[in-house]
Write a protein that binds this ligand. Structure first.
Ligand code: SF4
Ligand code: SF4
Length: 324
């Protein structure tokens, strides 16, 4: 397994790593099998969410000394999350959902508050996760974070200047959404695209062992070919800019007032593929869109300005057509 420097942290991180979103769908046994397979294959970095801890904490504890664990939280949640996972420290603690200047200001204040937890040994590296390219330079320059997690794929491109600045500052780049949140199916070209850049790792939300195996095979030859370049062109044309990256801003910090699980609805196509086109999403969830009062709150929060109100019924219709 290829490993790379995580900025100047001294950590060697696997070029492909596991994003924890899949643990929200998988059962306990499948989650544990997935972690076992990843570790056996040389993947050493796991980004995990509180809420999935009961399924995965035993596996994480089993490999604790040999893996890098990150999670997202706030100064108020770090102790609770350590208890959830029954571990003494996180390797990387991420402040996430930082997508506006105001949120960045808050994150910098939180970074100061978190310093005492770092001194107590509760985490080693402070990171930040953002979806807003307008903040990248400010984050790199503010000096509060050693790691920046950002979406990177052939649609969400990033200027070379950002990678250079991160390198100069010794800040590790963790590339999330290499498959644009499941919207890109050409995994081989997608992984090559990300790992061709100056990133520490491609964080991929893999749910199946076969998926891990196929993605790892790509590492054998990362050279970008003419065929890959034409794949990127096709993807850009097909997706445009109007697609959901599953960032969750539409339901965070407040959920939809009418209890519509907006992000889940937006993810229906990906969920259908993950379940081999079996219908796993309940009728209650699918029907929840009927409660939409069209208040528009979700749209004002979406960093990609998606027309969510228009998209929700289209997503459900497509899901019903795709699945059985
Ligand atoms: S609809 Fe927008 S805010 Fe909601 S998950 Fe998708 S991209 Fe994020
Ligand atoms: S527009 Fe509909 S889905 Fe969006 S927050 Fe309002 S009620 Fe919920």
């Amino acid at each position: 397994m290829e490993t790379r420097n995580l900025g100047n942290t001294g950590i060697q991180i696997s070029a492909i790593s596991l994003g924890g979103v899949a643990f929200t769908w998988l059962g306990k046994k499948s989650s544990q099998q997935l972690i076992d397979f990843c570790v056996e294959s040389g993947i050493n970095y796991f980004d995990v969410y509180a809420g999935t801890h009961e399924k995965i904490r035993n596996s994480l504890k089993k490999y604790r000394d040999n893996i890098i664990i990150s999670t997202r939280g706030t100064p108020k949640t770090i102790d609770q999350y350590l208890q959830f996972f029954e571990i003494d420290y996180f390797d990387i603690f991420l402040l996430s959902m930082v997508d506006s200047n105001q949120q960045l200001k808050q994150a910098i204040e939180d970074a100061e508050k978190l310093e005492k937890f770092r001194k107590q040994g509760k985490f080693k590296i402070l990171g930040i996760a953002t979806h807003n390219p307008c903040l990248y330079l400010d984050i790199l320059q503010c000096g509060a974070f050693q790691v920046m997690m950002l979406p990177l794929n052939c649609v969400d491109e990033i200027q070379q200047e950002i990678f250079q600045k991160a390198k100069d500052k010794g800040i590790g780049i963790i590339a999330m959404k290499p498959m644009a949140g499941g919207n890109i199916r050409e995994y081989e070209s997608a992984i090559k695209y990300v790992l061709d850049k100056d990133v520490s790792t491609a964080l991929i939300g893999m749910a199946k062992i076969t998926e891990v195996r196929q993605n790892l095979r790509v590492l054998q030859n990362l050279e970008i070919t003419e065929k890959d370049i034409s794949v990127y062109k096709k993807i850009r044309k097909k997706l445009g800019k109007v697609f959901c990256r599953y960032c969750g801003h539409c339901i965070f910090p407040e959920p939809c007032p009418n209890e519509i699980p907006v992000r889940t609805i937006m993810m229906l196509e990906t969920l259908a593929f993950q379940a081999n086109l079996r219908r796993t999403v309940s009728e209650k969830v699918l029907k929840s869109i009927e409660k939409c009062s069209r208040c528009g709150m979700c749209e004002t929060r979406c960093p990609y300005k998606l027309p969510i109100r228009k998209l929700l019924p289209e997503k459900v219709k497509m899901y019903l057509k795709m699945t059985r």
